[in-house]
Design a protein around this ligand. Structure first.
Ligand SMILES: [Zn+2]
Length: 167
């Protein structure tokens, strides 16, 4: 997880307004792929790491469940400009996902973890949270109104969302 945290440092400043997230994938005790949040519209950390993993021919014969994915923030659970990372992780079929912080955003807030668990993936939350939080927490949103979300990135700031009255 410390390696995932180090990856996340590389995300700034290009990732903003999305939070700087880092991810590594471990296979038999070794890091075999890593990624961090790209610029808006570019892959998130988990997606980037899984894409790199898929390019490694020698690992294609490994059983997907042998891989453990470490990510500093709960994977996103809905489709924005990029596909949902939780969906991508499930499609890949990794056996275990270790998450640093839960995403406080109202459109995620445990939903990403629930999706993984429902798909039979072992999920562990809170590893190195004390080290991740000081760096990552200031970039996280707690409400839809904060205006610069990872998660409302498809909605322009002044757009009217479904079911909402115009301001
Ligand atoms: Zn994501």
């Amino acid at each position: 997880m410390r390696a995932a945290l180090r990856q996340s440092w590389l995300a700034l400043p290009a990732c903003r307004p999305n939070p700087p997230v880092g991810c590594v994938i471990v296979f038999r005790g070794k890091i075999v792929a890593s990624g961090f949040t790209g610029a808006p519209g570019m892959p998130h950390a988990e997606f980037a790491a899984l894409s790199k993993l898929e390019q490694q021919l020698p690992l294609r014969s490994a059983h997907p469940r042998e891989f453990t994915l470490y990510v500093t923030l709960e994977p996103c659970s809905f489709v924005g400009r990029t596909p949902a990372c939780a969906r991508k992780i499930i499609e890949h079929g990794v056996g275990r996902v270790v998450v640093g912080l839960i995403d406080p955003h109202p459109r995620n807030r445990g939903t990403g973890l629930d999706m993984l668990k429902a798909a039979g993936i072992e999920v562990e939350l809170g590893l190195l949270a004390d080290e991740i939080s000081p760096f990552l927490a200031p970039h996280l949103l707690h409400s839809e109104d904060d205006g610069h979300s990872h998660h409302n990135e498809t909605v322009p700031p002044n757009a009217v969302r479904d079911g909402q009255d115009p301001l």
